[in-house]
Design a protein around this ligand. Structure first.
Ligand SMILES: [Fe+2]
Length: 385
Protein backbone atom coordinates (compact mmCIF):
# COMPACT_ATOMS: atom_id res chain seq x y z
CA UNK A 1 0.00 0.00 0.00
CA UNK A 2 1.62 3.28 -0.99
CA UNK A 3 1.69 5.01 2.33
CA UNK A 4 4.00 4.70 5.24
CA UNK A 5 3.12 2.53 8.21
CA UNK A 6 5.02 1.73 11.38
CA UNK A 7 4.19 -0.74 14.11
CA UNK A 8 6.13 -1.83 17.19
CA UNK A 9 9.73 -0.92 17.99
CA UNK A 10 12.30 -0.02 15.35
CA UNK A 11 15.77 1.56 15.53
CA UNK A 12 16.30 5.21 14.46
CA UNK A 13 17.98 4.22 11.16
CA UNK A 14 17.87 1.28 8.77
CA UNK A 15 20.63 -1.33 8.88
CA UNK A 16 22.19 -0.29 12.19
CA UNK A 17 22.60 -2.18 15.45
CA UNK A 18 19.27 -2.76 17.20
CA UNK A 19 19.71 -4.60 20.46
CA UNK A 20 17.44 -6.65 22.70
CA UNK A 21 17.30 -5.96 26.46
CA UNK A 22 19.94 -8.70 26.94
CA UNK A 23 22.34 -6.92 24.56
CA UNK A 24 22.04 -9.34 21.64
CA UNK A 25 20.94 -8.16 18.22
CA UNK A 26 17.48 -8.28 16.67
CA UNK A 27 17.51 -9.73 13.14
CA UNK A 28 16.57 -7.29 10.41
CA UNK A 29 14.73 -8.42 7.27
CA UNK A 30 14.19 -6.30 4.17
CA UNK A 31 10.85 -7.38 2.70
CA UNK A 32 10.93 -5.90 -0.79
CA UNK A 33 9.17 -6.08 -4.13
CA UNK A 34 10.03 -5.55 -7.83
CA UNK A 35 13.69 -6.34 -7.29
CA UNK A 36 14.72 -3.57 -4.91
CA UNK A 37 12.70 -0.98 -6.79
CA UNK A 38 9.19 -1.47 -5.36
CA UNK A 39 7.45 -1.02 -2.05
CA UNK A 40 9.32 -2.50 0.89
CA UNK A 41 9.21 -2.99 4.61
CA UNK A 42 12.04 -3.46 7.11
CA UNK A 43 11.14 -5.80 9.94
CA UNK A 44 13.02 -6.76 13.11
CA UNK A 45 12.83 -10.36 14.32
CA UNK A 46 13.56 -12.08 17.60
CA UNK A 47 15.20 -14.90 15.66
CA UNK A 48 16.68 -15.43 12.21
CA UNK A 49 13.78 -15.72 9.73
CA UNK A 50 15.87 -18.19 7.72
CA UNK A 51 15.96 -21.23 10.02
CA UNK A 52 14.53 -23.99 7.84
CA UNK A 53 14.60 -27.26 9.74
CA UNK A 54 13.12 -29.58 7.16
CA UNK A 55 11.13 -29.63 3.96
CA UNK A 56 8.44 -32.19 4.66
CA UNK A 57 6.43 -32.52 1.48
CA UNK A 58 5.83 -30.89 -1.87
CA UNK A 59 2.67 -31.53 -3.85
CA UNK A 60 0.72 -30.00 -6.69
CA UNK A 61 -2.56 -28.17 -6.21
CA UNK A 62 -2.70 -27.25 -9.88
CA UNK A 63 -6.30 -26.79 -10.97
CA UNK A 64 -7.58 -29.27 -13.55
CA UNK A 65 -8.62 -27.38 -16.66
CA UNK A 66 -11.94 -28.30 -18.28
CA UNK A 67 -11.94 -25.69 -21.08
CA UNK A 68 -9.38 -23.47 -22.71
CA UNK A 69 -10.26 -20.96 -25.45
CA UNK A 70 -13.75 -20.52 -24.02
CA UNK A 71 -16.23 -18.25 -25.79
CA UNK A 72 -19.35 -19.38 -23.97
CA UNK A 73 -20.98 -17.20 -21.30
CA UNK A 74 -21.38 -19.09 -18.06
CA UNK A 75 -23.08 -18.74 -14.73
CA UNK A 76 -21.51 -20.52 -11.76
CA UNK A 77 -23.43 -21.02 -8.52
CA UNK A 78 -20.77 -20.18 -5.99
CA UNK A 79 -22.66 -21.21 -2.88
CA UNK A 80 -22.75 -24.80 -4.20
CA UNK A 81 -19.03 -25.04 -3.39
CA UNK A 82 -18.83 -27.55 -0.54
CA UNK A 83 -17.75 -26.16 2.84
CA UNK A 84 -14.54 -27.78 4.11
CA UNK A 85 -12.81 -27.55 7.45
CA UNK A 86 -9.30 -26.86 6.25
CA UNK A 87 -8.64 -23.36 4.90
CA UNK A 88 -6.31 -24.40 2.06
CA UNK A 89 -8.31 -27.47 1.05
CA UNK A 90 -11.48 -25.39 0.99
CA UNK A 91 -10.07 -23.12 -1.73
CA UNK A 92 -11.39 -24.15 -5.16
CA UNK A 93 -9.95 -22.48 -8.25
CA UNK A 94 -12.78 -21.92 -10.73
CA UNK A 95 -11.20 -19.65 -13.35
CA UNK A 96 -7.52 -19.24 -14.15
CA UNK A 97 -5.01 -17.74 -16.57
CA UNK A 98 -1.29 -17.11 -16.34
CA UNK A 99 -1.85 -13.86 -14.39
CA UNK A 100 -4.48 -14.80 -11.85
CA UNK A 101 -6.66 -17.47 -10.30
CA UNK A 102 -10.22 -16.85 -9.20
CA UNK A 103 -11.00 -18.99 -6.21
CA UNK A 104 -14.10 -19.75 -4.13
CA UNK A 105 -13.80 -21.04 -0.58
CA UNK A 106 -16.11 -21.98 2.26
CA UNK A 107 -13.77 -22.85 5.16
CA UNK A 108 -15.61 -23.93 8.29
CA UNK A 109 -12.69 -23.53 10.69
CA UNK A 110 -9.73 -21.27 11.41
CA UNK A 111 -6.31 -22.34 10.12
CA UNK A 112 -5.17 -24.86 12.70
CA UNK A 113 -1.67 -26.18 13.08
CA UNK A 114 0.09 -24.36 10.26
CA UNK A 115 0.87 -20.96 8.82
CA UNK A 116 0.40 -20.13 5.15
CA UNK A 117 2.41 -18.08 2.68
CA UNK A 118 1.83 -17.47 -1.01
CA UNK A 119 5.27 -16.73 -2.43
CA UNK A 120 4.41 -15.46 -5.86
CA UNK A 121 0.85 -14.16 -5.79
CA UNK A 122 -0.79 -11.30 -3.96
CA UNK A 123 -4.05 -12.53 -2.44
CA UNK A 124 -7.19 -10.41 -2.50
CA UNK A 125 -9.79 -12.05 -0.26
CA UNK A 126 -13.33 -10.69 -0.39
CA UNK A 127 -15.37 -11.65 2.66
CA UNK A 128 -18.87 -12.52 1.48
CA UNK A 129 -19.86 -14.31 4.68
CA UNK A 130 -18.08 -14.54 7.99
CA UNK A 131 -15.96 -12.46 10.31
CA UNK A 132 -12.79 -12.94 12.27
CA UNK A 133 -9.17 -11.94 12.48
CA UNK A 134 -6.44 -12.05 9.86
CA UNK A 135 -3.21 -12.77 11.76
CA UNK A 136 0.06 -11.98 10.00
CA UNK A 137 3.76 -11.49 10.67
CA UNK A 138 3.02 -7.74 10.27
CA UNK A 139 0.15 -7.65 12.76
CA UNK A 140 -3.53 -8.42 12.84
CA UNK A 141 -6.61 -7.04 11.09
CA UNK A 142 -10.19 -7.76 12.15
CA UNK A 143 -12.51 -8.44 9.22
CA UNK A 144 -16.19 -8.81 8.51
CA UNK A 145 -18.74 -9.01 5.70
CA UNK A 146 -17.81 -6.78 2.78
CA UNK A 147 -14.09 -6.48 3.50
CA UNK A 148 -11.40 -6.91 0.92
CA UNK A 149 -8.23 -8.23 2.56
CA UNK A 150 -5.13 -7.53 0.49
CA UNK A 151 -2.24 -9.78 1.47
CA UNK A 152 0.95 -9.07 -0.49
CA UNK A 153 2.96 -12.05 -1.68
CA UNK A 154 5.32 -13.42 0.94
CA UNK A 155 3.31 -12.38 3.98
CA UNK A 156 2.93 -15.31 6.39
CA UNK A 157 -0.60 -15.53 7.73
CA UNK A 158 -3.36 -17.45 9.49
CA UNK A 159 -7.09 -16.74 9.47
CA UNK A 160 -9.27 -17.05 12.56
CA UNK A 161 -12.99 -17.24 11.83
CA UNK A 162 -15.67 -16.43 14.42
CA UNK A 163 -18.05 -19.13 13.12
CA UNK A 164 -18.21 -22.01 10.65
CA UNK A 165 -20.33 -20.14 8.07
CA UNK A 166 -17.80 -18.46 5.80
CA UNK A 167 -17.81 -17.67 2.09
CA UNK A 168 -14.76 -16.15 0.42
CA UNK A 169 -14.14 -14.88 -3.11
CA UNK A 170 -10.39 -14.83 -3.66
CA UNK A 171 -8.18 -13.52 -6.44
CA UNK A 172 -4.64 -14.83 -6.44
CA UNK A 173 -2.62 -12.44 -8.57
CA UNK A 174 0.79 -13.14 -10.02
CA UNK A 175 0.88 -9.40 -10.85
CA UNK A 176 1.13 -6.93 -7.93
CA UNK A 177 -2.23 -5.43 -6.89
CA UNK A 178 -2.35 -1.66 -6.31
CA UNK A 179 -4.95 1.05 -5.93
CA UNK A 180 -5.49 2.63 -9.38
CA UNK A 181 -2.71 5.03 -10.36
CA UNK A 182 -5.21 7.59 -11.66
CA UNK A 183 -6.62 7.89 -8.12
CA UNK A 184 -3.21 8.95 -6.76
CA UNK A 185 -1.12 12.12 -7.04
CA UNK A 186 2.66 12.38 -7.64
CA UNK A 187 3.22 11.58 -4.01
CA UNK A 188 1.03 8.49 -3.86
CA UNK A 189 -1.74 10.23 -1.91
CA UNK A 190 -5.28 9.34 -2.94
CA UNK A 191 -6.79 12.27 -4.85
CA UNK A 192 -10.03 14.17 -4.17
CA UNK A 193 -11.87 12.40 -7.00
CA UNK A 194 -10.93 8.89 -5.81
CA UNK A 195 -13.91 6.88 -4.51
CA UNK A 196 -12.04 6.12 -1.28
CA UNK A 197 -9.21 7.64 0.70
CA UNK A 198 -6.53 6.66 3.20
CA UNK A 199 -9.04 6.84 6.07
CA UNK A 200 -10.82 3.84 4.54
CA UNK A 201 -7.67 1.70 4.47
CA UNK A 202 -7.32 -0.41 7.63
CA UNK A 203 -3.72 -1.22 8.41
CA UNK A 204 -2.50 -3.92 10.83
CA UNK A 205 -2.74 -2.60 14.36
CA UNK A 206 -1.97 -5.45 16.71
CA UNK A 207 1.47 -7.05 16.52
CA UNK A 208 1.78 -10.54 18.04
CA UNK A 209 5.39 -11.27 18.91
CA UNK A 210 6.43 -14.77 19.95
CA UNK A 211 10.05 -15.50 20.77
CA UNK A 212 9.66 -19.25 20.55
CA UNK A 213 11.84 -22.06 19.23
CA UNK A 214 10.54 -25.44 18.16
CA UNK A 215 8.85 -26.72 15.02
CA UNK A 216 6.58 -24.41 13.06
CA UNK A 217 4.94 -25.59 9.86
CA UNK A 218 4.54 -23.06 7.05
CA UNK A 219 2.62 -24.25 4.01
CA UNK A 220 4.24 -22.29 1.21
CA UNK A 221 2.51 -21.91 -2.13
CA UNK A 222 4.89 -21.54 -5.06
CA UNK A 223 3.18 -21.50 -8.44
CA UNK A 224 0.84 -24.49 -8.25
CA UNK A 225 2.73 -26.43 -5.58
CA UNK A 226 2.37 -26.45 -1.81
CA UNK A 227 5.66 -26.99 -0.01
CA UNK A 228 5.48 -27.89 3.66
CA UNK A 229 8.42 -26.19 5.35
CA UNK A 230 9.31 -26.72 8.97
CA UNK A 231 10.94 -23.71 10.63
CA UNK A 232 12.83 -23.64 13.92
CA UNK A 233 11.38 -20.30 15.09
CA UNK A 234 7.86 -18.90 15.36
CA UNK A 235 7.01 -16.96 12.18
CA UNK A 236 5.31 -14.21 14.20
CA UNK A 237 8.44 -12.98 15.99
CA UNK A 238 8.52 -9.42 14.66
CA UNK A 239 9.17 -6.80 17.34
CA UNK A 240 8.54 -3.91 14.93
CA UNK A 241 8.60 -2.82 11.30
CA UNK A 242 8.08 0.13 9.02
CA UNK A 243 7.56 0.68 5.33
CA UNK A 244 5.00 0.50 2.57
CA UNK A 245 4.56 -3.24 2.03
CA UNK A 246 2.00 -4.74 4.43
CA UNK A 247 -1.46 -6.32 4.38
CA UNK A 248 -4.51 -4.12 4.68
CA UNK A 249 -8.30 -4.19 4.60
CA UNK A 250 -10.78 -2.07 2.69
CA UNK A 251 -14.54 -2.45 3.06
CA UNK A 252 -16.66 -2.43 -0.09
CA UNK A 253 -19.19 -0.51 2.03
CA UNK A 254 -16.71 2.39 2.12
CA UNK A 255 -16.53 2.64 -1.67
CA UNK A 256 -18.22 5.96 -2.56
CA UNK A 257 -19.93 5.47 -5.93
CA UNK A 258 -19.43 7.93 -8.76
CA UNK A 259 -22.71 8.62 -10.58
CA UNK A 260 -23.78 10.78 -13.51
CA UNK A 261 -26.67 12.08 -15.58
CA UNK A 262 -26.17 9.24 -18.06
CA UNK A 263 -24.79 5.71 -17.60
CA UNK A 264 -21.25 5.69 -16.22
CA UNK A 265 -18.76 3.18 -17.64
CA UNK A 266 -17.27 0.33 -15.55
CA UNK A 267 -14.00 2.17 -14.75
CA UNK A 268 -15.88 4.45 -12.30
CA UNK A 269 -16.30 1.35 -10.14
CA UNK A 270 -12.60 0.47 -10.19
CA UNK A 271 -11.11 -0.39 -6.81
CA UNK A 272 -7.83 -2.16 -7.56
CA UNK A 273 -5.55 -2.45 -10.56
CA UNK A 274 -2.78 -4.65 -11.88
CA UNK A 275 -1.23 -4.66 -15.33
CA UNK A 276 -3.23 -7.82 -16.14
CA UNK A 277 -6.71 -7.27 -14.67
CA UNK A 278 -8.84 -4.80 -12.73
CA UNK A 279 -11.17 -5.25 -9.75
CA UNK A 280 -14.32 -3.12 -9.53
CA UNK A 281 -16.93 -2.70 -6.78
CA UNK A 282 -20.59 -2.20 -7.70
CA UNK A 283 -22.25 -0.68 -4.65
CA UNK A 284 -25.68 0.74 -3.72
CA UNK A 285 -26.05 4.05 -5.54
CA UNK A 286 -28.42 6.53 -7.14
CA UNK A 287 -29.13 5.89 -10.79
CA UNK A 288 -28.50 8.21 -13.73
CA UNK A 289 -30.63 11.35 -13.59
CA UNK A 290 -30.95 12.53 -17.21
CA UNK A 291 -34.73 12.76 -17.83
CA UNK A 292 -34.44 10.12 -20.59
CA UNK A 293 -31.79 8.00 -18.90
CA UNK A 294 -31.71 4.20 -19.09
CA UNK A 295 -30.17 2.93 -15.85
CA UNK A 296 -29.51 -0.59 -17.18
CA UNK A 297 -26.22 -0.90 -19.07
CA UNK A 298 -26.18 -1.02 -22.86
CA UNK A 299 -25.05 -4.16 -24.67
CA UNK A 300 -21.31 -4.16 -24.78
CA UNK A 301 -18.50 -6.12 -26.40
CA UNK A 302 -15.56 -6.62 -24.16
CA UNK A 303 -13.44 -7.46 -27.15
CA UNK A 304 -10.21 -7.75 -25.22
CA UNK A 305 -11.15 -8.78 -21.71
CA UNK A 306 -13.03 -11.54 -19.93
CA UNK A 307 -15.56 -10.17 -17.44
CA UNK A 308 -16.22 -11.98 -14.18
CA UNK A 309 -18.98 -10.62 -11.98
CA UNK A 310 -19.44 -12.02 -8.49
CA UNK A 311 -22.87 -11.17 -7.09
CA UNK A 312 -22.82 -10.34 -3.40
CA UNK A 313 -26.12 -8.86 -2.34
CA UNK A 314 -29.16 -6.79 -3.35
CA UNK A 315 -31.06 -6.83 -6.63
CA UNK A 316 -29.16 -7.33 -9.86
CA UNK A 317 -30.95 -5.04 -12.22
CA UNK A 318 -29.53 -6.20 -15.55
CA UNK A 319 -29.85 -9.95 -14.96
CA UNK A 320 -32.84 -12.21 -14.53
CA UNK A 321 -32.46 -15.12 -12.14
CA UNK A 322 -29.14 -14.23 -10.58
CA UNK A 323 -28.57 -14.80 -6.87
CA UNK A 324 -25.97 -13.99 -4.24
CA UNK A 325 -22.89 -16.15 -4.66
CA UNK A 326 -23.36 -16.52 -8.41
CA UNK A 327 -20.57 -15.71 -10.84
CA UNK A 328 -21.25 -14.66 -14.40
CA UNK A 329 -18.48 -15.08 -16.95
CA UNK A 330 -18.82 -13.01 -20.10
CA UNK A 331 -15.82 -13.89 -22.25
CA UNK A 332 -13.90 -11.60 -24.53
CA UNK A 333 -14.90 -11.52 -28.18
CA UNK A 334 -18.68 -11.54 -27.96
CA UNK A 335 -21.23 -8.95 -26.78
CA UNK A 336 -23.35 -9.29 -23.66
CA UNK A 337 -25.91 -7.05 -22.05
CA UNK A 338 -29.14 -6.85 -20.09
CA UNK A 339 -31.44 -9.83 -20.10
CA UNK A 340 -34.79 -9.53 -21.96
CA UNK A 341 -37.00 -6.98 -20.23
CA UNK A 342 -34.26 -5.63 -17.96
CA UNK A 343 -33.65 -2.45 -19.96
CA UNK A 344 -37.35 -1.51 -19.95
CA UNK A 345 -37.68 -2.50 -16.29
CA UNK A 346 -34.86 -0.17 -15.29
CA UNK A 347 -36.43 2.99 -16.74
CA UNK A 348 -37.73 5.28 -14.01
CA UNK A 349 -35.83 3.50 -11.22
CA UNK A 350 -33.91 5.94 -9.07
CA UNK A 351 -31.51 3.75 -7.13
CA UNK A 352 -30.06 0.29 -6.78
CA UNK A 353 -29.05 -1.76 -3.75
CA UNK A 354 -26.79 -4.07 -5.77
CA UNK A 355 -23.46 -5.18 -4.36
CA UNK A 356 -21.03 -7.03 -6.61
CA UNK A 357 -17.33 -7.51 -7.27
CA UNK A 358 -16.06 -7.55 -10.85
CA UNK A 359 -12.76 -8.88 -12.16
CA UNK A 360 -11.92 -8.05 -15.78
CA UNK A 361 -8.89 -9.89 -17.11
CA UNK A 362 -6.99 -8.99 -20.25
CA UNK A 363 -5.95 -12.59 -20.95
CA UNK A 364 -8.72 -15.17 -21.42
CA UNK A 365 -9.69 -17.31 -18.45
CA UNK A 366 -9.70 -21.08 -18.52
CA UNK A 367 -12.55 -22.91 -16.84
CA UNK A 368 -11.63 -25.57 -14.31
CA UNK A 369 -13.29 -28.87 -13.48
CA UNK A 370 -14.26 -27.38 -10.09
CA UNK A 371 -16.14 -24.64 -11.94
CA UNK A 372 -17.98 -27.17 -14.11
CA UNK A 373 -19.35 -28.83 -10.95
CA UNK A 374 -21.28 -25.61 -10.19
CA UNK A 375 -21.89 -24.42 -13.75
CA UNK A 376 -25.19 -23.51 -15.38
CA UNK A 377 -24.46 -24.57 -18.93
CA UNK A 378 -27.64 -23.06 -20.35
CA UNK A 379 -26.78 -19.51 -19.27
CA UNK A 380 -25.29 -18.63 -22.66
CA UNK A 381 -28.78 -18.87 -24.21
CA UNK A 382 -30.39 -16.69 -21.53
CA UNK A 383 -30.70 -13.64 -23.80
CA UNK A 384 -33.23 -15.35 -26.08
CA UNK A 385 -36.78 -14.00 -25.81
FE1 LIG B 1 -20.36 -6.29 -18.80
Amino acid sequence: MPFYHKLGSIPPKRHIQFRKPDGSLYYEQLFGTIGFDGMYTNSYHEQRPTQVKAIKKQYSVSPKIAFQNNIKSYRFKGFLVEPQKDYLESRKTVLVNSDCSIVLAAPTASTQDYFYKNTDADELIFIHKGSGKLRTMFGNINFKYGDYLLIPRGVIYKIDFDSSDNRLFIVESRRPIYTPKRYRNWFGQLLEHAPFCERDIRRPQELETYNKSGEFLIKVKKRDDIIEMLYASHPFDVIGYDGYNYPYAFSIHNFEPITGRIHQPPPVHQTFETDAFVVCSFVPRLYDYHPLSIPAPYNHSNIDSDEVLYYVDGDFMSRNDVEAGHISLHPAGIPHGPHPGATERSIGKTKTEELAVMVDTFKPLMITEEAMKIADETYYTSWLE
